[in-house]
Design a protein around this ligand. Structure first.
Ligand SMILES: Cc1cc2nc3c(=O)[nH]c(=O)nc-3n(C[C@H](O)[C@H](O)[C@H](O)COP(=O)(O)OP(=O)(O)OC[C@H]3O[C@@H](n4cnc5c(N)ncnc54)[C@H](O)[C@@H]3O)c2cc1C
Length: 313
């Protein structure tokens, strides 16, 4: 689509990188892995650096994540942005193979009349293949559960990964190269461009220390399978179909949003998760759980910082 009379960008367009450019990605979560995949497909040389001994082990380490569009009852620019982002993400996960995403419906169950009115407005605002109303509930067809651990298989043997290294200093040389230093002060690599996909740790790098992200801890709960349906059930919380976890097959429910950085599993969070699930359990048996910290921008939108790239999903 050609947009007429569009204003010129307010920033100077950076010179495009040439195809032989070497790009460093700091952080091996779902953001870093997705970026690695895209940059490799575009023909760049890439190196991903992760501070832990395993990739996909921080916020992206859950056994399953809901792929759910953010929907709105009004016609705002955010509506178009989130819809495009959702469709792109769904196609991307599908392109990684059938094991990466379990396609199913997501059913958002209404709690009261006010919510039904809002749901009606939302349904009117979207095509039926995105969302529709049925029995006062919103149905999102062709949504799904993303299984992040399966994304590891999309990493090729030839991909350059540096593990157990925390990058905490970047320096740019006069010819524009970026030097990446580890926590012991050693130079780890140099690169033509750097992407920061290291979530809330961007604050520890001087060039991005001004970007303030909230740290919001979340806990999910694994329950002995009582719900054997194929679809995701949502209201204030969600319940997944049975999923493979470290405790065997389980329904997963969650997730809490807590303003703390405690990584110890709490009973209160389990109770809250079970309470918020739109399903009448006979006898919910808790098998375990997992906690991690999300990084959130104030307006929940992704960040892009010129010259140095920051990606937040
Ligand atoms: C309990 C819970 C449930 C959630 N459920 C859902 C859901 O259902 N659907 C959904 O879409 N989202 C969900 N989210 C949010 C989602 O998990 C995050 O948005 C996503 O995982 C963020 O990915 P990321 O790659 O940006 O960050 P992370 O996965 O946190 O990855 C950042 C990586 O950077 C590494 N790192 C940090 N600093 C450095 C450094 N200096 N040097 C090298 N490496 C570094 C870290 O070790 C980490 O591996 C949930 C989050 C939580 C906590």
């Amino acid at each position: 689509m050609i947009v007429q009379n569009m204003h010129k960008p307010w920033f100077n367009k950076p010179t495009p990188l040439n195809k032989n450019a070497h790009i460093a990605i700091i952080g091996g979560g779902i953001g870093g892995i997705s970026l690695l995949h895209h940059l490799n497909a575009a023909g760049y040389r890439t190196t991903l650096i992760e501070q832990k001994s395993k990739i996909l082990s921080a916020a992206s380490g859950n056994p399953a994540a809901l792929l759910e569009p953010f929907v709105s009852a009004s016609k705002t620019i955010e509506k178009s942005f989130y819809l495009q982002a959702y469709l792109y993400a769904r196609d991307f996960y599908k392109s990684l193979g059938p094991n990466v995403i379990n396609i199913c419906d997501l059913i958002k169950i209404s709690k009261n009349k006010t919510e039904v009115t809002r749901f009606e407005k939302i349904a009117e605002n979207y095509p039926k293949d995105i969302v529709y109303l049925k029995n006062n509930n919103l149905i999102f067809p062709d949504c799904g559960l993303v299984l992040p651990q399966e994304m590891k298989k999309s990493i090729k043997q030839t991909d350059s990964l540096i593990m157990d290294v925390e990058i905490n200093r970047l320096e740019q040389t006069e010819n524009g190269k970026w030097l990446l230093f580890g926590s012991n002060g050693n130079l780890i690599i140099n690169a033509d461009a750097v992407f920061l996909t290291n979530a809330y740790n961007i604050e520890n790098i001087s060039q991005t220390e001004h970007i303030k992200l909230d740290q919001v801890t979340g806990q999910i709960t694994y329950l002995e399978t009582e719900y054997s349906g194929d679809n995701i059930l949502c209201s204030d919380g969600y319940l997944t179909p049975p999923v493979k976890t470290d405790f065997g097959m389980a329904n997963i429910c969650g997730a809490t949003f807590e303003k703390n950085s405690t990584l110890e599993i709490t009973e209160d969070a389990h109770k809250e998760n079970i309470k918020n699930v739109p399903f009448n359990f006979n006898n919910p048996v808790i098998l375990g759980g997992r906690r991690a910290i999300r990084a959130m921008s104030k307006d929940h939108l992704p960040l892009l910082v010129r010259r140095l790239f920051m990606m937040l999903i």
